[in-house]
Design a protein around this ligand. Sequence first.
Ligand SMILES: NC(=O)C[C@H](N)C(=O)O
Length: 485
Amino acid sequence: MSTNTVKEILASLQRGESKPSEWTADVLRRIRQVDPQVGAFLTVDEEGATARAKALDDAPADERGKALFGVPYALKDNMCTAGIRTTAASRILENYIPPYDATVAEKLRAAGGIMVGKTNMDEFAMGSSTENSAYQKTKNPYDLDAVPGGSSGGSAAAVAAGLVPFALGSDTGGSIRQPAAFCGVVGLKPTYGRVSRFGLIAFASSLDQIGPFTRTVEDAAYVLNLISGRDLLDSTSAPADVEDFTADLQKGVQGLRIGVVRDIDTEGLQPGVRAAVDGAIDTLRQAGAEVVEVSLPNSHYAVAAYYLLAPAEASSNLARYDGVRYGRRAEGETLLQMYQRTRSEGFGMEVKRRIMIGTYALSSGYYDAYYKRAQQMRTLILRDFEAAFQHCDVIATPTAPTTAFKFGEKTDNPLQMYLNDIYTIPANLAGIPGISVPCGLSDGLPVGLQLLGRAFDEKTLLRVAHAYEQARGDVLPAPSVGVAQ
Ligand SMILES: NC(=O)C[C@H](N)C(=O)O
């Protein structure tokens, strides 16, 4: 049952052919059966989800029309859920139970959805493989020896393995799009400010954005409708109108220009990935789009700029985990010792590395040389996009230079890990929306086509993504573990 799309589940519920409790029981059963192999979930709220589904079974008729009535879903474990443990996959938040819901959690609930659990991730969303979780590995449903990508690897794997019809993730430098590509599902990073970040455990506040993992582009547009909008609790949320992002999906690509960029390509780009993406661009051309070459000349500085700016913001955001205000506290004879022990025991290696890089980049003697220059580079990257979007409506690139890599392959070489974000990071620096759509296989593993759009123009982005998905047909076999798609 749960391999159905959100739209299919809703249609069945609304026709009265099934009940919320049946879908929820089915999802929970699948999680019990399949998740021991995949490891997508850190917390499963069996009791809460079952009780809520039962209550919805008996809901009055007017509630049945709600946009997400009876649909089960999962949230990345960096989104606060009232009364449900929220760890950001860190030891330092091991026993943290938030007293409030993130705005996205509240919105999905108000729309009638059923939250079944919290998914694994890289600690504080720092990583590209979910190997930095303090708790467990998440395996790629297409190859259990390979990573699911990161940092939202649990959400991507949960959708790919057919455990839930959709899940939310967060994307700071590619954390939705890259795991979506690795796991063969759709992943959407909206424009910065489109979705409220209230209740999202902050990593790099000028880059973080929440978005959905789904099986279809239509579902991604549908979920975006439910989570977007100005929120007075997040002053960075944009006062943009809540549009119906599904409205233009059927319009096709006739008359649209797709920009192809070659400047980002690196030596590390797998030939099979390039071939699959070129095939996808060809499909769009055949569907009626005009394909033009555009240039993003500063994009090869994006990784360097990001890995200064994101750690700088993280070092400031993570200062609050001091053993006093949240979660874990280690004892010490002096206050300083208590801080030191709490933070040394509570944070993992990658988090410590970023705090150190960030603190260094912000320190008075180095601020101009590193942080300020990285900010200047960010502006140049934004301008590159503005110039490129004079000539095209949407830009197409690979989502990641490789397919899913093996566990341990990049853990000893942080730079190699960072380079996996080369195609995704520019969009975060510029604040523009991006989506990854499965576009085939390379050596038996899924490849993602990344499409990038103008700020607040998710409609055109989704329209192109949907047209591609329609023209493409079925490109992926079912994963080796989980439930057939
Ligand atoms: N958080 C993200 O979007 C992923 C990125 N690879 C990072 O480690 O920062």
